[in-house]
Design a protein around this ligand. Structure first.
Ligand code: SF4
Length: 494
């Protein structure tokens, strides 16, 4: 936004324009309308991006690359021009052409190559736009840069020891032909952006997948505020269909014309909205509940993942579980027992977590989780990390019972779930007195970012203590929520 205020078109702003011209215009002209959401996750992603970028740049620096200081911009541009004369690789090479200002992560002049570093594992469309505008501006300066590459995270990288060179984490992918294909649109797009900046107002709203992905639009609170009641946007999966229906003027699920093909789940959504109440298949729920075996163990994990693995044997973006909550109900009338595990140091938590599960969960009875594929995956990982608990962990995995199933299979569908089967949507409808809203930590992403803050060495002890407490409350509520949701289902089929 700072650079937007200076009237420059950066590569980030260009990518925003490609996603949605209105998003670009709001960012530049009305930044005060941005949602005041907690941006902890965005900050975490940005920090990871910077860290990965530095790893790649340091590797070039070690081979003699020149680094240009980023600010002030005018000086960066002049210093880049001087560095170009050396013919060396340049880090943070800065170029200005009209309003277009680009800063290349690495301009590898000896190989006539532009390298953009991304802390992700695959090529995305936005990367091509990001690199294309850089190449456009750099070539306008008369520089011969023939090759465009992305430095991406190599999924197969393993941190074998603290001495493993982190530069091995990044793999270079040639994207020249893909970038050349989008280059011709840069000039006309820059002209359109110029008109947008000089013109009055902002472009009209066009609602689509771009409003929600790859991340929710930061202006959605403002821009979509009159869509809160447009239930057509809750149509499960198949984004294209719902946006087409919305664009054609259909606002409610119940108004979907009969000729539109719907999945069985979507048909149930339409029915639920028409009858303004939940659609419940009691027979199917009853049969499913009949497969439960006491004692019941309600289990939930929290895990974090990072681009740069921090523990021996870990891969980039490997899920590292650091917390678990287990509620136990040994018989239908027994009092609930609660056990929790929360690792509190910056050391690999997985072996201790495996031991906790092995001693807390007995070898008979159902292990109730919500969205079983996630917990199954984490337990399989723990089996590899802690072979001594292999038998107990396998037994847990063999007894997983997924509480999401009655919702994801459409046996219980309430219009107030808004097309979601996540516990965060199901709980407030089925158990309104139990809420995440009162907690300091309210979702899994928030939990793992808070955890990373808790174990960071510069976090003050008082802050660590309060995060520790908030994490216990959050994960504990996840399993208590499952206990209460199961009770509602049992009542429903009594
Ligand atoms: S909510 Fe959608 S239409 Fe509005 S600015 Fe964001 S991306 Fe564009």
């Amino acid at each position: 936004v700072g650079i937007a205020m200076a009237g420059l078109i950066t590569k980030s702003l260009y990518v925003l324009f490609k996603r949605c011209p209105r998003l670009f215009a709001l960012t530049v002209k009305k930044p005060e309308l941005r949602d005041s959401a907690d941006d902890g996750f965005a900050k975490h992603l940005a920090e990871q991006g910077i860290r990965v970028g530095r790893i790649a740049q340091e590797a070039f620096k070690a081979k003699g690359a020149i680094e240009v200081a980023s600010f002030p911009i005018k000086k960066a541009v002049v210093d880049t021009a001087r560095a170009v004369l050396s013919g060396c690789a340049i880090i943070e090479a800065s170029f200005l052409r009209g309003r277009a200002f680009v800063r290349a992560d690495i301009l590898n002049l000896p190989e006539s190559e532009l390298i953009e570093i991304k802390s992700c594992t695959r090529i995305k469309d936005e990367h091509l736009d990001d690199v294309a505008i850089q190449l456009h501006v750099i070539r306008k300066h008369g520089l011969k840069v023939e090759k465009a590459s992305l430095g991406l995270i190599d999924k197969t990288f393993v941190l074998k020891s603290p001495k493993t060179p982190l530069s091995d984490l990044i793999t270079r992918v040639d994207i020249t032909s893909m970038v050349e294909a989008v280059l011709p649109e840069i000039g006309p797009n820059l002209k359109d952006i110029e008109k947008l900046i000089k013109g009055k107002g902002t472009p009209a709203r066009v609602i689509g997948q771009h409003c929600f992905s790859p991340t929710p639009c930061p202006f959605s609170g403002y821009c979509l505020k009159n869509c809160a009641a447009h239930t057509i946007l809750n149509l499960r999966r198949d984004g294209k269909k719902k946006f087409e229906l919305h664009a054609s003027g259909i606002r409610n699920l119940s108004d979907i014309p009969a000729y539109v093909t719907l999945t069985p789940f979507q048909k149930l959504q339409k029915t639920a909205e028409k009858q303004r109440s939940a659609v419940i298949d009691r027979a199917k729920i009853k049969t499913y509940l009949g497969s439960l075996k006491y004692p019941l163990y309600f289990l939930d994990f929290e895990a974090f993942m990072e681009a740069v693995p921090r523990y021996k044997g870990a891969h980039p973006y490997e899920q590292i579980p650091f917390q678990a909550s287990v509620h136990i109900q040994s018989s239908p009338d027994a009092k609930l027992e609660h056990h929790s595990f929360l690792h509190d140091k910056d050391t690999d938590p997985r072996k201790a977590l495996a031991a906790f599960l092995a001693r807390t969960i007995g070898n008979s009875g159902s292990v109730i989780v919500y969205h079983a594929s996630y917990e199954r995956g984490r337990i399989e990982d723990l089996m590899k990390i802690s072979p001594r608990h292999h038998f107990d962990l396998k037994s847990i995995n063999d007894r997983l019972w997924d509480l999401e199933e009655p919702f994801s299979r459409g046996w219980y569908l309430d219009p107030r779930f808004e097309g979601s089967t996540s516990i965060k949507y199901v709980l407030p409808v089925l158990v309104p007195d139990l809420s995440y809203k009162k907690l300091a930590i309210q979702n899994g992403t928030n939990a793992y970012i808070s955890y990373l803050e808790m174990i960071a060495k510069d976090t003050p002890p008082a802050k660590r203590k309060s995060i520790y407490q908030s994490l216990l409350e959050y994960c504990g509520l996840d399993t208590l929520a499952m206990v209460r949701i199961l009770s509602v289902l049992k009542e429903e089929v009594k």
